[in-house]
Design a protein around this ligand. Structure first.
Ligand code: PRX
Length: 648
């Protein structure tokens, strides 16, 4: 089947675009047939302290897995983001900061940013931070966060940004796992007029760190609110910056030296520290940013993500800054002070490229078109979507209402692990289909396999795999290389398994259907069912819990929890509320269960494995599609669950 509704490349977009259809075909072909030549050429888009002579050295062979790109080159990320622009665009705005409060905004030039980064790099050095150390960053969306991240790269430290919405418990386990002995935070964050107690959370997280290895906490003043102070450990960012020199020699990094790690959820166990290295990542992030967003010099680019997620790393910070772009950094949320905010920010800063998430679009859509009243958004040229499948209805609304029917939408599919976008339209080269991420980027070879790993040809639906390496790919799970190999390369030998399902239509376009493992995608945030379950069962009244996703109008997926209580405990509404609060405290607000259903028993196989397939169907009200329940140890459990679901 070819999907009928197609939005062809318009003549206006084609005229302006960096890449047209023929160029895409030719470049794609070259990137696959001759990757060494292709990437040798495009590897030069970043500045090398010592040029590479080797390009691609990768194998997905399960027993000899190795991923190296540009392996003998040396470079520094902060130099690529800052120093190399000073001569040509030192006074150009690098970051437009738009605060939570609409009256709070400022522009930071490349020169100013360079100064701040060098100063903070010297501060890090003065605190004993060296190449290879892990620096934990738990900060709001403010300019200083960009400064801190880039300063880490200047001295060769590995940053580990933890999303400011995570709880002290989640932060603490990431600090410990990363063996980090320094944390950078702010007194409080600001979101939708509310204060987020970041420093308080750090204090609580470190109280649980029984190794007491965190020697330094640096606190940026954002709100000026009162915070507790541990003498000897806590230091004020502003005080340290006052006397720091703005002269700091960058640390030459091998292309394969780590740049950052970022925790993400898997289908089992604790979150894993996804490790990205320097050379390939920067080449890939900057190249995808330029071509996929059709970025031209002088464009104002706004990605609404948070630095706590990979999108914030690759497409607020590294990609745009390597390209010398003006990147907008937004502290707030799209519906504060009211739902016109997104349109207001676009008009105020004359944004040309807007990159956001389906959940934000659906939330605006629910407000009605009036949420764009009073704004014209005529500066917009390209729209982007990321984080979850975008339903065609939301796609069309985004196109028609926000983009005035004139801007191509690039639906970009990728993952924390991939470092950059792997499947997406290119504005001047790809006809669009609402809901389809369409075609692979240069060097990316997607394929579909069935459960046995047999490659599916032509029009098909199956598990999405990637057949060969691309420069932005993660290199390992921090501290657990074996888990890296097991997680991504053991399901289908010789292929990278994404964990996603996809359909390929008759034109060869890809449609991502969502995760096929036990990973949830709630408002574009990735969460492991295992994490939520382990938070739940740590409550003293809970005997057992099973978590599944279910379709949710705004969030994409909501969190549905089946809970079996300890013998003698009363299943009350009060207790449900308590359990929701419990999970928020254990993980953070993003993990708040949407529905809790009491379960006297859970559907298990005779070997004790919970059959989530059945639980997903019950949560989605699809009782007629339960499939075979005869293998259950106690099939009557299913009827009980359906009855109690229906009686609610
Ligand atoms: O299921 C896919 C979904 O988000 C997952 C990756 O989540 P994370 O590592 O947090 O990175 C999010 C930002 C890149 C994927 O496995 N996903 C991401 N983008 C899309 C998507 N699903 C459908 N369409 C997309 N455009």
């Amino acid at each position: 089947m070819t999907d009928k509704q197609v939005y062809p490349v318009t003549p206006e977009v084609a005229k302006h675009a960096l890449i047209n259809k023929d160029q895409y075909q030719a470049m794609y072909k070259q990137s696959i047939e001759n990757p060494d030549q292709f990437w040798a050429e495009h590897g030069k888009r970043v500045d090398w302290i010592k040029p590479f002579t080797k390009v691609k050295n990768t194998t997905y062979d399960y027993n000899a897995l190795s991923i190296k790109w540009f392996e003998d080159g040396e470079l520094n990320a902060s130099v690529n983001c800052l120093d190399r622009h000073l001569e040509s665009r030192g006074d150009q705005t690098a970051i437009i900061f738009e605060g939570d409060d609409p009256s709070d905004s400022r522009n930071v030039s490349y020169r100013e940013l360079h100064d701040q980064v060098c100063k903070f790099a010297n501060v890090l050095k003065s605190q004993g931070v060296k190449k290879g150390d892990v620096v934990t960053i738990y900060m709001p969306m403010i300019v200083e966060t960009a400064v801190v991240m880039l300063a880490c790269t200047r001295v060769g430290a590995i940053h580990s940004v933890v999303f400011g919405g995570f709880s002290p418990e989640a932060l603490g386990s990431r600090v410990v796992n990363g063996k980090s002995n320094i944390v950078i935070t702010a007194d409080e964050g600001l979101r939708a007029g509310r204060k987020i107690p970041l420093k308080k959370n750090v204090d609580a997280a470190l109280k649980n760190d029984d190794r007491h290895t965190v020697k330094t906490v640096i606190v940026v003043t954002r709100t000026g609110g009162d915070v507790a102070w541990t003498e000897g450990r806590d230091q004020r960012y502003e005080d340290l910056m006052t006397n720091a020199s703005a002269d700091c020699k960058p640390e030459p990094m091998n292309a394969e030296d780590p740049l950052f790690m970022l925790y993400t959820s898997g289908s089992t166990g604790e979150p894993k520290g996804v490790l990205h290295t320097t050379g390939g990542y920067l080449v890939y992030a900057s190249m995808t940013h330029q071509y996929i967003f059709d970025y031209h010099d002088g464009d104002v680019y706004w990605c609404t993500a948070d630095f706590g997620w990979v999108t914030g790393h690759s497409y607020i910070l590294y990609g745009p800054l390597v390209n010398g772009a003006t990147t907008l950094l937004f502290e707030g949320v799209p519906n504060y002070p009211d739902s016109s905010r997104m349109g207001q920010v676009v008009d105020k800063h004359q944004v040309n490229i807007l990159y956001t998430a389906p959940t934000a679009i659906r939330a605006l859509m629910a407000q009605g078109e009036s949420c764009m009243d009073g704004t014209n958004r005529s500066s917009l040229r390209i729209l982007g979507s990321v984080g979850e499948p975008i339903n065609p209805e939301a796609w069309k609304w985004y196109h028609r209402v926000i983009g005035n029917g004139e801007c191509p939408i690039v639906d970009t599919w990728w993952q924390t692990e991939t470092g950059g976008i792997l499947i997406s339209p290119l504005p001047g080269a790809t006809d669009l289909k609402p809901g389809s991420a369409t075609v692979p980027f240069f060097g990316v070879q997607p394929a579909l396999v069935d459960a046995e790993g047999t490659l599916l040809e032509g029009e098909a639906e199956g598990n999405l795999v990637i057949m060969d390496s691309w420069p932005g790919q993660m290199r390992t799970i921090y501290g657990d290389h074996e888990r890296f190999i097991q997680t991504y390369f053991s399901a289908y030998k010789g292929m990278y398994f994404t964990g996603d399902g996809a359909r390929r239509d008759a034109d060869g376009d890809y449609w991502i259907t969502g995760r096929v493992d036990d990973v949830l995608n709630v408002s574009g945030h990735r969460l492991g069912t295992a994490e939520v379950e382990s938070a739940m069962v740590s409550h003293p009244k809970v005997a057992e819990a099973a978590v599944v996703g279910y379709p949710h109008d705004i969030k994409g997926q909501g969190i549905y929890v089946y809970v079996t209580l300890m013998q003698g405990e009363e299943p009350t509404d009060e207790l449900k509320k308590e359990l929701v609060q419990w999970v928020r405290k254990e993980i953070g607000p993003i993990a708040s269960p949407d529905v809790i259903q009491w379960a006297t028993g859970l559907p298990k196989t005779r070997s004790g494995k919970i059959m989530r397939r059945i639980l997903r169907k019950i949560a989605a009200n699809e009782y007629d599609q339960l499939g075979d329940t005869s293998t259950l140890a106690d099939p009557s459990v299913v009827d009980d669950l359906i009855n109690s679901r229906q009686s609610k």
